[in-house]
Design a protein around this ligand. Structure first.
Ligand SMILES: [Zn+2]
Length: 124
């Protein structure tokens, strides 16, 4: 039958086109997965790598250094927050310790920073 012969010729081509299409879709999905659609922040493994690279570039908390203290940085912080239109680029990054990160974030979002308090009511 002519039909059967045609489909035997077409089948490998169809399969290959379908594989190509699925590959393209996967690539698109992967691209979308790397950057958060809301703030452009890198996500996933690339985000982890970028964070490590930024901490390695500035291993001490910038605000502590300004106070004459030597404290390891824990967080690469966006100087202009992404939520306020800042870019996820190295020149918008300063590395901070956890406490200064909380302080800066509170300032940037108009909140009052409260020092952590222990069960006895004294600051930690
Ligand atoms: Zn600090």
């Amino acid at each position: 039958m002519g039909n059967a012969r045609n489909s035997n010729i077409l089948r490998p081509r169809l399969a290959s086109a379908w594989r190509g299409f699925r590959c393209a879709l996967r690539g698109l999905a992967a691209d979308m997965a790397h950057h958060d659609p809301h703030d452009g922040r890198l996500r996933g493994r690339r985000g982890v790598k970028q964070r490590a690279r930024r901490l390695a570039a500035e291993p001490l908390c910038r605000d502590c250094v300004a106070l004459g203290l030597v404290v390891p940085a824990a967080v690469p912080d966006h100087i202009v927050p992404l939520a306020q239109g800042g870019k996820d680029e190295d020149d918008n990054i300063r590395c901070l310790c956890a406490e200064h990160h909380l302080k800066r974030t509170a300032e940037q979002f108009g909140l009052r920073y409260r020092a952590p308090v222990g069960a006895d009511g004294w600051p930690l």
